[in-house]
Write a protein that binds this ligand. Structure first.
Ligand SMILES: Cc1cc2nc3c(=O)[nH]c(=O)nc-3n(C[C@H](O)[C@H](O)[C@H](O)COP(=O)(O)OP(=O)(O)OC[C@H]3O[C@@H](n4cnc5c(N)ncnc54)[C@H](O)[C@@H]3O)c2cc1C
Length: 374
């Protein structure tokens, strides 16, 4: 069927972060041509995925376990430069080298079922009809804000870790940091250097991990998230399965008492927080380092969610719609996981579309795939 005014692409990739670029790389590797057979749509202004928005004090040296994209190493980066700059520049070179032709800024608003077995991807540059969708939209666009009684009446500032920029913004203030993940700890440590006082609040007692996270532990962590996703439950946070890696800076902060933690407060007042046992802490600012949720609202018309609230998956494919792949979601929400998921999704889509290597490309193996020259 021909849709008037609708562009066609065999595959649409939504999102050009680690997961979307890895998928686009593998599409090209097996002979799909960008802008002919597939398109990559991203609503951010620049290359870099969510990295471009990360706070300037998150230097490249502080990023733990960043895996390079397939086919091109990231070498010689200055560990003192913001990771937003380092990874933004690396992604830009990557897109250019492999000719991935990302369309940006293009916002995907909804994906619907078309009438001829294809999906309709509605975006700010028009609608695409496609046979397969690789959704790689990450989580950055959906920061999670917990709700507390009295929150609306708090007279100080409340912000999410995604809005954090630098410790100087908290100079002389009393700050409550909520959350038990890596971002919470990194921001807490920085803020403690500038603030008048900090209070760290977490839902569960944090589990600190000494020593490196080895491959076996990595596999076990991924398997636990996979198991949840297979059962149709929302994926849990990474830190809940990996623990917090103890760094030298954290050891020093622990000695100074910065990492002494309180359980979650019961409610907020105009001037601070109150616990069930009557404890109160006065605060000027509350920082919620409470993580993110998958940014998949545009997939709502496809009704992929299970009663458990999650999207049931088999590998990268959603069980309710085999045309839809989620990469960088749940068990693949890490740089290494995103790489693997991008590859797996492309393999699966070729099977779905019943194709070998694309005609005329001759590029069916990694060895045959070369960066494009422009
Ligand atoms: C602070 C922080 C530090 C981290 N550090 C590490 C680390 O050290 N190592 C590691 O392995 N992982 C780390 N992670 C996890 C990290 O997010 C993933 O590893 C990976 O970078 C995510 O890649 P992605 O492609 O899935 O998502 P993103 O990088 O978020 O890319 C998603 C892209 O989709 C686009 N998009 C979203 N919605 C739409 C839409 N509707 N229409 C069009 N475009 C859309 C966005 O513009 C974005 O470019 C970190 C996460 C955070 C929050």
């Amino acid at each position: 069927m021909n849709y008037t005014g609708v562009r066609e692409a065999e595959v649409v990739v939504v999102g050009a972060g680690q997961a979307g670029l890895a998928a686009a790389f593998h599409l090209r590797r097996v002979g799909y041509e960008p802008n002919r057979d597939f398109v990559v749509l991203d609503h951010a202004p620049r290359p870099g995925g969510a990295w471009q928005f990360r706070w300037p004090t998150l230097t490249y040296g502080k990023v733990h376990g960043m895996h390079a994209l397939p086919g091109m190493e990231l070498t010689g980066a200055d560990p003192d430069r913001p990771s937003a700059e380092v990874i933004g520049a690396y992604f830009e070179t990557y897109e250019r080298t492999f000719g991935l032709r990302v369309h940006r800024p293009v916002d995907v608003r909804a994906v619907r079922d078309g009438s001829d077995g294809r999906l309709l991807v509605e975006s700010s540059e028009g609608t695409y009809a496609t046979r397969a969708l690789i959704n790689a939209t990450g989580t950055w666009d959906r920061p999670f804000w917990p709700r507390f009684p009295g929150q609306g009446g708090f007279r100080g500032r409340q912000l999410h870790s995604s809005q954090y920029r630098r410790p100087q913004d908290f100079a002389g203030q009393r700050v409550i940091v909520v959350g038990g993940g890596t971002s919470a700890v990194q921001q807490l440590l920085e803020i403690a250097e500038a603030a008048a006082a900090t209070t760290w609040v977490t839902r569960r007692p944090p589990v600190f991990r000494e020593g490196p996270f080895d491959e076996q532990q990595g596999r076990a962590a991924v398997a636990r998230v996979e198991e949840r996703v297979r059962r149709g439950l929302p994926p849990q946070s990474v830190v809940s399965v990996t623990g917090l890696p103890m760094t030298e800076a954290m050891r020093r902060a622990r000695e100074r008492g910065v990492l002494e933690r309180l359980p979650l407060f019961d409610r907020l007042t105009g001037t601070g927080a109150v616990w069930a046992d009557g404890r109160t802490v006065e605060a000027d600012t509350i920082l919620y380092a409470t993580g993110f949720r998958a940014a998949v609202d545009h997939l709502a018309p496809l009704k992929l969610r299970e009663p458990g609230g999650g999207i049931r998956m088999e590998g990268t494919r959603t069980v309710r719609d085999p045309r839809v792949h989620l990469v960088g979601y749940g068990p693949s929400a890490s740089t290494i996981g995103a790489n693997r998921a991008g590859r797996a999704a492309v393999r699966d889509i070729r099977r779905l579309l019943g194709e070998g290597a694309r005609e005329g490309s001759g590029a069916s193996t990694a060895e045959a795939f070369r960066p494009v020259s422009r």
